[in-house]
Write a protein that binds this ligand. Structure first.
Ligand code: PMP
Length: 409
């Protein structure tokens, strides 16, 4: 095989489909979030970022930066090893204690990312519980899918957010087999939210464990911000709560929170935990400061919800086709990969607005979109500019408005 030719051909196919990913070269400006510098074509311009997963701007908050500075001066740049061999720093221990309390669980375990947390935990359960069957929501994130695949257990996919379908599949499974029901709270691309209590009803009826990915809810939902399970008062019904430290917490890393026995089990048998070096102590210190801040500042969550609701309402009023999301995520439907990329390019090049196109395989073909994530720090002037720019781009590219799509359909 001519390897280079093969690689080139596959990339050319992606480009022809309009699905070739181009990174925006951004430089975040400390203290000015959501404004960033964008380096492109040898020039540097200020842009307003409308697609950051630093949902609350915590990555630049003074308390978080101070904690990181202090820890890097005390402990240095890296952790020095895996958690078992010299890589457990006191900040890791404090952060795990904080995460356990934050999630109202007995214990918590850190991973280097949310991806690794999902991949490791689900693959470990699947591979080590004898006869395990995993029931996975149809729209689960790739990190869960990979974990389930890697564990090589039996698996069933239930219809998205559908407790009745889950019930049907669980009822057909051998009664005594260990079972895990894996799903997310906020689905990041459509912005819908799982019926957690109903899914727990079904799981409990069949004696299945529940595994909840709160990645797009941590920091943003519930009185203290631990997620939708807290908001809905069902944390005690979830066996394992998983989350990230890279989105609303504003730093990087992942975790699970569960009973002492369950956490100890994954700690002892999970390869992605055992064989990977731990996060730098300063990263753990920054996460700790961020969570402590968020637990006591619900007003940030209130403002965040207001900004998201205002953004959805204002775009919809102008005919921009926003999916009726019940969360903070604002998906604007384009329905065509190359048009989606053109819209994103035009917004960046001519309006200094950065919203990355979302294409297949992240979303199904024909549902390509621009995914806007308003934060509490986007002000009214930035919101006005966003709405006017979207209207201008929609008109210039002839993308159908909401009513026009309905007519065509
Ligand atoms: N779960 C979901 C639902 C996600 O969207 C993501 C990342 N986008 C992850 C897990 C992985 O988290 P991390 O970015 O911390 O690796």
């Amino acid at each position: 095989m001519d390897y280079e030719q093969y690689f080139g051909k596959r990339i050319a196919d992606l480009k022809a489909d309009g699905r070739y990913r181009v990174f925006a070269d951004l430089e975040r400006i400390c203290g000015r979030f959501p404004v960033a510098l964008n380096h492109r074509d040898g020039k540097t311009r200020e842009v307003v970022v409308w697609c950051s997963n630093d949902y609350l701007g915590m990555g630049q908050r003074a308390e978080v930066l101070a904690a990181a500075h202090e820890a890097i001066d005390r402990c240095g740049a890296g952790a020095g090893g895996t958690r078992n061999i010299s890589g457990t720093n006191h900040y890791h221990v404090l952060l795990e204690q904080e995460l356990a309390a934050f999630n109202a669980k007995e214990a918590a375990l850190l991973f280097t990312s949310g991806y690794v947390a999902n991949q490791t935990t689900l693959s470990t359960l699947g591979a080590t519980l004898p006869g395990c069957i995993i029931f996975s929501d149809a729209l689960n994130h790739n990190s869960m899918i990979e974990g389930i695949r890697h564990g090589r257990s039996h698996k069933h996919i239930f219809k998205h957010n559908d407790p009745a379908d889950l019930d049907r599949l669980l009822a057909a499974a051998p009664k005594d087999a260990p079972k895990v029901v894996a799903f997310e709270s906020v689905y990041s691309m459509d912005g819908d939210i799982a019926p957690i209590a109903e899914l727990c009803d079904v799981a409990e009826k069949h004696n299945a464990m529940t595994y909840l990915d709160e990645v797009h809810a941590v920091g943003m939902y519930g009185a203290e911000g631990s997620g939708v399970a807290e908001r809905d008062g069902v944390r005690d019904r979830i066996t394992i709560i998983q989350g990230t430290l890279a989105k609303a917490i504003g730093v990087v890393g992942g975790y699970i929170a569960a009973s002492q026995a369950c956490v100890d089990y994954i700690r002892s048998f999970g390869p992605g935990f055992i064989f990977s070096s731990s996060m730098p102590p300063a990263t753990a210190a920054a996460c700790l400061a961020s969570i402590r801040y968020l637990r006591h500042h619900p007003e940030l969550r209130v403002k965040h919800q207001e900004r998201a609701a205002t953004c959805k309402r204002r775009l919809s009023e102008r005919g921009i086709p926003v999916l009726p999301s019940v969360s903070h995520i604002v998906p604007v439907m384009v329905g065509n990969a190359s048009l989606c990329k053109q819209a994103s390019d035009m917004l960046l090049d001519e309006y200094d607005i950065y919203v990355q196109p979302i294409n297949y395989p992240t979303v199904p073909v024909g549902t390509e979109r621009l995914r806007i994530t308003p934060t509490p720090l986007h002000d009214d002037a930035q919101m006005d500019h966003l709405v006017e720019s979207f209207c201008a781009v929609w008109d210039r590219l002839g993308i159908p408005k909401a009513g026009e799509q309905a007519k065509a359909a």
